[in-house]
Design a protein around this ligand. Structure first.
Ligand SMILES: Nc1ncnc2c1ncn2[C@@H]1O[C@H](COP(=O)(O)OP(=O)(O)OP(=O)(O)O)[C@@H](O)[C@H]1O
Ligand SMILES: [Mg+2]
Length: 311
């Protein structure tokens, strides 16, 4: 069963000054889906459009073109219940928590908004805080007084307290100290298979560790959609190969940032965004290719254009 689907989604922002307005496509014709209980990693460098897609999933943003479907229906056709069924964890936990709230209030608030009676609120808040390993001694403290790692645990508890069907996590560990990242990742690991998750990261190893499938993004374009294991073993897209080859040999939990290698020069036009740096460049790359099915994987690259084209 499919929970979330992006259907040829594009988002355009107007940039520039008063007189020289310019259209900027943050994401272009993005299509992929997240299945029931599945964790899908959105993998891409800074500016590739990851947060834009995350914000679309939780309706903080509307697509300029295309549709975002939740359980087969346009996300915007749902009412307030959408916020109960889909929730988000942000990169910066401080920004997502009201500093005046106590830990308990922060986690209880979504239940109040959705009209849960007191006994159920007490039961759910204490259960989710225990699960997130937030020590009981902190429950009456203001969120502002917590450390970054504790704040993120509270933010995760808050995102899960309504028992959503889909969780969007936008780089939930990258603003945290290395020493606390591991614990937060353990929480996400323990969620695997229990709810559908869109996990946003720029770290290939993290994507491989946590996700069932990987959606590789560059400059707003999806370049590949593959099962995570196969992707890290042998990416199909030359940009994926580039990422893999730029990885230093380290464990995902030892690293704060993804590839230290220099970022490739990317192009945002009608062609493949990787073509300027691609060792397989050919003239066809001036036009962005249609998806090609390679087994259970999808790749958007002219290298594979002798194979069967989807759509
Ligand atoms: N509201 C906006 N107005 C104009 N441009 C925007 C807006 N939001 C995002 N962008 C641009 O769209 C592109 C994609 O942004 P997005 O935040 O989705 O990238 P990202 O992959 O999440 O990057 P990062 O890893 O740095 O968080 C970027 O070039 C960004 O500058
Ligand atoms: Mg982002």
């Amino acid at each position: 069963m499919e929970v979330l689907r992006f259907e040829r989604v594009s988002v355009r922002f107007e940039t520039g000054g008063l007189f020289r307005r310019r259209a900027f496509w943050a994401v272009r014709e993005v299509s992929f889906w997240v299945g029931e209980g599945e964790t899908v990693a959105l993998l891409g460098e800074s500016g590739s459009g990851k947060s834009t897609l995350g914000r679309l999933a939780v309706r903080l943003l509307r697509p300029t073109e295309g549709r975002v479907l939740f359980r087969g229906r346009d996300a915007f056709s749902y009412g307030k219940e959408y916020t109960r069924r889909v929730s988000m964890v942000f990169q910066d936990p401080a920004a997502s928590l009201n500093p005046r709230y106590t830990v308990w209030e922060a986690v209880e608030e979504p239940l109040l908004v959705h009209g849960f009676p007191k006994p159920q609120r007490v039961e759910r808040v204490s259960r989710v805080l225990r699960w997130a390993k937030v020590d009981e001694s902190l429950w009456r403290r203001k969120t502002a007084s917590l450390s970054g790692g504790q704040k993120q645990r509270v933010a995760i508890a808050r995102a899960l307290v309504l028992e959503p069907e889909l969780l969007v996590a936008d780089e939930p560990t990258s603003a945290l100290d290395l020493s606390v990242q591991y614990g937060i990742l353990k929480l996400f690991e323990s969620l695997k298979g229990r709810l559908s998750t869109l996990f946003i990261t720029h770290d290939l190893r993290l994507a491989a560790k946590l996700a069932d499938r990987v959606v590789l993004l560059l400059a707003g374009r999806v370049l590949e959609v593959s099962p995570a294991r196969e992707f890290v073993r042998s990416p199909l897209h030359p940009y994926g190969v580039f990422l893999l080859e730029s990885l230093p040999a380290k464990s995902p939990f030892e690293r704060r940032d993804a590839p230290a290698a220099k970022e490739p020069r990317t192009l945002r036009d009608d062609g493949c965004p990787f073509r300027a740096a691609c060792p397989h460049y050919r003239p066809e790359c001036e036009v962005f290719p249609p998806p090609v099915e390679v087994g259970n994987r999808l790749v958007f690259c002219h290298l594979y254009s002798d194979r069967r084209v989807v759509e």
